[in-house]
Write a protein that binds this ligand. Structure first.
Ligand code: GLN
Length: 196
């Protein structure tokens, strides 16, 4: 089976493990750099990007993750994970860093307190014709998509909420909490391609 790591410093790790396992992948939590060498792809969960950033640097994981990504390891981030895979962030906290990989600018907590959390149905052609029921929780939005990245889904007003760039992909919302497995399936295709 494909071996997929889930960065397990903070956030909704178990939900991702459950979806990946359900799709037949071998999902393993990654807490140290040595555990990165045994996986074919990495999921970065939802949670709090500032915390995952600090812990990943503190545990000596940030640079190994960047290296693995530059060497072509597929990575999929949801919500906080999207923030961590963005090349640029606005409304981050002072000194907040990302692993990068997606040529986008994301805005943290972009929907404001009135819309702390909301759900909507989205068209996402790459995962199939049926709409995706998307749950947004203090979600980031993609404020700007650079030429390297491709939007995969947008809200009705055009706001981009899912992107990919080669083997790297991210969503503002949390497919892992709604029983939605098509994004993970799409990601596993990237993992399979990269594993050759
Ligand atoms: N607001 C969080 C952050 O900035 C993301 C929220 C989430 O992952 N549900 O990291």
């Amino acid at each position: 089976p494909l071996r997929v790591g889930v960065l397990a410093l903070q956030g909704d790790v178990r939900e991702h493990v459950r979806v990946l396992t359900g799709l037949g992948a071998e999902a393993t939590p990654v807490r140290r750099a040595s555990e990165l060498t045994g996986v074919d792809g990495l999921v970065i969960p939802g949670g709090e990007s500032t915390v995952i950033d600090k812990l990943s640097r503190g545990f000596g994981l940030a640079e190994p993750i960047r290296d693995a990504r530059r060497r072509g390891m597929p990575m999929f981030g949801t919500c906080a994970g999207l923030i961590l895979l963005a090349d640029r962030i606005v409304d981050g906290i002072s000194g907040q860093e990302t692993f990068g990989g997606l040529d986008v600018t994301v805005r943290r907590n972009a929907f404001g307190s009135q819309l702390d959390s909301f759900e909507t149905d989205l068209d996402v052609p790459v995962v199939g014709p049926e709409p995706v029921h998307a749950v947004f929780i203090r979600a980031p939005l993609v404020a700007e998509t650079g030429p390297g990245a491709t939007p995969l889904a947008a809200l009705g007003d055009g706001t981009v909420v899912a992107v990919e760039q080669g083997a790297v992909m991210g969503t503002s919302f949390h497919p892992e909490v709604t029983g939605e497995s098509r994004f993970h399936r799409y990601f596993l295709e990237k993992v399979a391609d990269a594993a050759g």
